[in-house]
Design a protein. Structure first.
Length: 172
């Protein structure tokens, strides 16, 4: 049994929109370096869960990141701690190149050598992006744009990144 503090620990999370409750007390935790997946039908609360984790909607319950309670913080403070969210719809900067989009993701980082290592790592994950590094992002396929959006979030140095799009959709 591990005694390490989970990267993300969610306990009794409730959230919704107006009077409509969507989440009714879900709990889960994520370990550092792990991949955790929320599965469910349309309307089951997957996106609502991700929005609640980032305080895009106000949650009730406990959300801890590296042992520190974050559920009462503002979205921008949660992002600064290292939680990133890639919303549905990609959100790429369509008039910039693939590589320029990635550089924007790493804009606030000071460790330029580590940023370049992250680019190499990301191009290893998504070789198609390496092939298209000088291509305008708006001309990429939908799946390639989703790969780019996830990669941009990873370039920011985030410890925890969430997406509402399954990896299978990134290859379209």
């Amino acid at each position: 049994m591990s005694t390490a503090v989970p990267l993300l620990d969610v306990v009794d999370l409730h959230a919704g929109y107006g009077l409509t409750r969507v989440l009714h007390g879900i709990s889960f935790s994520m370990e550092e370096g792990s991949i955790t997946t929320l599965l469910g039908a349309n309307g089951a609360g997957k996106t609502t869960t991700l929005r609640a984790l980032c305080a895009m909607i106000r949650p009730q319950g406990e959300v801890r990141f590296r042992g520190e309670r974050v559920d009462a913080r503002a979205t921008e403070d949660i992002v600064r701690l290292g939680i990133g969210h890639v919303p549905e719809g990609r959100g790429t900067f369509v008039h910039l190149s693939t590589e320029e989009n990635l550089r924007l993701g790493a804009y606030v980082r000071k460790d330029r050598a580590a940023v370049e290592q992250d680019f190499d790592r990301i191009y290893g994950y998504f070789p198609r992006l390496a092939e298209r590094r000088r291509q305008q992002a708006g001309t990429l396929s939908g799946g390639e744009q989703q790969m780019l959006a996830v990669s941009r979030a990873l370039c920011s140095g985030r410890a925890c990144c969430s997406s509402t799009s399954p990896p299978s959709a990134w290859h379209r």
